[in-house]
Ligand binder design. Structure first.
Ligand code: SF4
Ligand code: SF4
Length: 503
């Protein structure tokens, strides 16, 4: 085991981070579930069922959109499809959702094999199984795992991320305490798919999961595995920051971890892979942390995808009198939700219920150039300079200063003595940069289409002229009045064609 120390980040007080001791409970099966078809980055799945149809637990109800980045969706329990409709989805655009009325039997779809030793399957079979199981990055990124585990990428190191990115989130910690051996099986499957020779498992120091994880690695006795402690700093568990900490190499701007021979997966993703292969159960449930000053009994809750968030709130004892805001994610990077009627999706790792004391009422003051924001920035940016440049609308300079690398972590806001909402400014500037790039792309595509059309018309015109000359040549010997008339007719027809084309 080794321990690393970065030069950025925020050291929150330990009680704020250590929610790893929260109890793990299972949410009861709800009567009605709402399953969105857009639970991944890329394209939404295509509905495979219609209203009135009976479904079984684990049965595919949404198929991968062909040749697109997409992920399968499965029925979280057995029951009847009662409605297909567009509904709001937490953290995503509204999408087509499948409503299922549970029959209470939780009858499983029998078509997925339970493998006694999944590692006997070929890398291709394992890769297909990962896609079949509808697995996406469960750290919140929602990238389809099948697409991320590409054997052709030349990856040699798998990093298993068990170092939760945000304070107050402990769903991964809870999973590692409960199912360390299953997580390792999932990691072995990924190593086999990637033909990689190294797996580094990263956990936060002082985490309750460290002991069971270390024990499971020892039991496995596989030389490719090692356990590394990362400091309890925010955001040490962010993908890019973790890779930099562990490999001492930065993922290039605009690049991907595979560019430096690394793939990073969440421990819950590894667990989901092993669960599918050994138990035949696709991704239909996950652990979610419910915490914050606005909830009575914070807990880690295993819940089926599609369960209303309100059921998780009930499991955690309900809201306190001071609850003020429901946030999906953690207190630093989370997104405020409109209400708790929304369903749990594969992307939901935490619901944070802020209380009234956490709402900022401070006034923004001028920047005093203290430089604190630059000290904590995990992307090595200069937030004060970015802010100044953003406020002069110099977007080309913002790109040069590395704005696209901003991971919107909120560290700069947190330390800023002038209460400047830096992250909000950067989120909006990044959107403008994307819009500018999109506009440029569209203009350049339109220009390419216009040039291609002109080239095509020119070629057609040249071809016609050649044919015309050949016909005229054929008519020119001998020169009779009928042939002259035909020649004139051909010339007239061709001129008219040219006129029509120009119109
Ligand atoms: S922390 Fe705030 S006040 Fe200090 S340099 Fe950064 S933006 Fe300015
Ligand atoms: S929000 Fe962006 S600029 Fe601010 S600290 Fe995080 S990565 Fe750096």
């Amino acid at each position: 085991m080794s321990k690393l120390q970065p030069l950025w980040g925020i050291n929150f007080s330990r009680p704020a981070i250590e929610s790893g001791g929260l109890p793990l409970i299972t949410a009861p099966l709800p009567d009605q579930l709402v399953v969105p078809l857009n639970q991944n980055i890329g394209f939404a799945a295509r509905a495979l069922v219609t209203e009135g149809e009976q479904v079984l637990k684990g049965q595919p109800i949404g198929a991968i959109t062909e040749n697109k980045l997409s992920a399968q969706v499965h029925a979280p329990t057995s029951g009847t499809v009662t409605r297909l409709s567009v509904q709001p989805v937490p953290g995503q655009d509204p999408a087509l959702c499948i409503e299922i009325r549970a029959d209470g039997g939780d009858h499983a779809w029998p078509k997925y094999t339970q493998h006694k030793d999944p590692l006997k399957l070929s890398p291709t079979q394992l890769h297909e199984a990962v896609s079949e199981a509808g697995i996406v990055g469960l750290g919140g990124a929602m990238f389809p795992t099948g697409a991320k585990l590409n054997p052709k990428d030349g990856v040699n190191t798998l990093i298993l991320n068990g170092a939760e990115c945000e304070p107050r989130i402990s769903c991964d910690d809870s999973l590692m305490q409960d199912s360390a051996a299953t997580i390792l099986l999932g990691a072995q499957v990924m190593l086999r798919i990637l033909a990689a020779d190294k797996c580094v498992i990263a956990v936060k120091e002082h985490t309750p999961a460290a002991k069971p994880m270390a024990h499971a690695i020892q039991q496995l006795n596989d030389k490719r595995f090692s356990l590394v402690f990362v400091p309890a700093l925010y955001p040490a568990g962010g993908e890019r920051q973790l890779i930099e900490l562990l490999t001492n190499t930065e993922v290039p701007t605009g690049g991907l971890p595979k560019d430096i021979g690394v793939v990073c997966q969440n421990v819950a993703t590894a667990y989901a892979i092993a669960t599918f292969l050994s138990q035949g159960e696709p991704l239909i449930s996950r652990i979610i942390t419910v915490s914050g000053g606005g909830i009575k009994q914070p807990a880690n809750i295993m819940a089926r995808i599609g369960t209303p968030i309100s059921k998780l709130i009930e499991c955690a004892g309900g809201y306190t009198n001071t609850a003020s805001r429901l946030i999906m994610g953690g207190p630093m990077m989370g997104i405020a939700l409109a209400n708790d009627k929304l369903p749990v999706t594969k992307a939901c790792n935490s619901f944070y219920i802020a209380d009234t004391t956490e709402l900022s009422t401070t006034t923004e003051l001028p920047c005093i150039r203290c430089g604190d924001c630059a000290t904590v920035c995990p992307a090595h940016l200069m937030p004060q300079l970015l802010l100044q440049t953003k406020r002069t609308n110099d977007y080309s300079q913002l790109a040069t200063l590395g704005l696209p690398d901003c991971m919107e972590c909120g560290c700069c806001d947190y330390v800023c003595p002038s209460n400047i909402p830096l992250t909000l400014e950067f989120i909006s500037a990044k959107k403008t940069l994307r819009d500018i790039a999109f506009g440029k792309n569209r203009a350049s595509h339109a220009e390419q289409r216009f040039n291609a059309r002109n080239e095509r018309l020119e070629k057609q015109s040249e071809q016609r002229e050649r044919q015309l000359n050949q016909q005229i040549e054929a008519l020119e010997t001998p020169d009779t009045s009928t042939q002259n008339a035909l020649k004139e007719l051909l010339l007239r027809t061709e001129k008219n064609k040219h006129k029509d084309q120009k119109k």
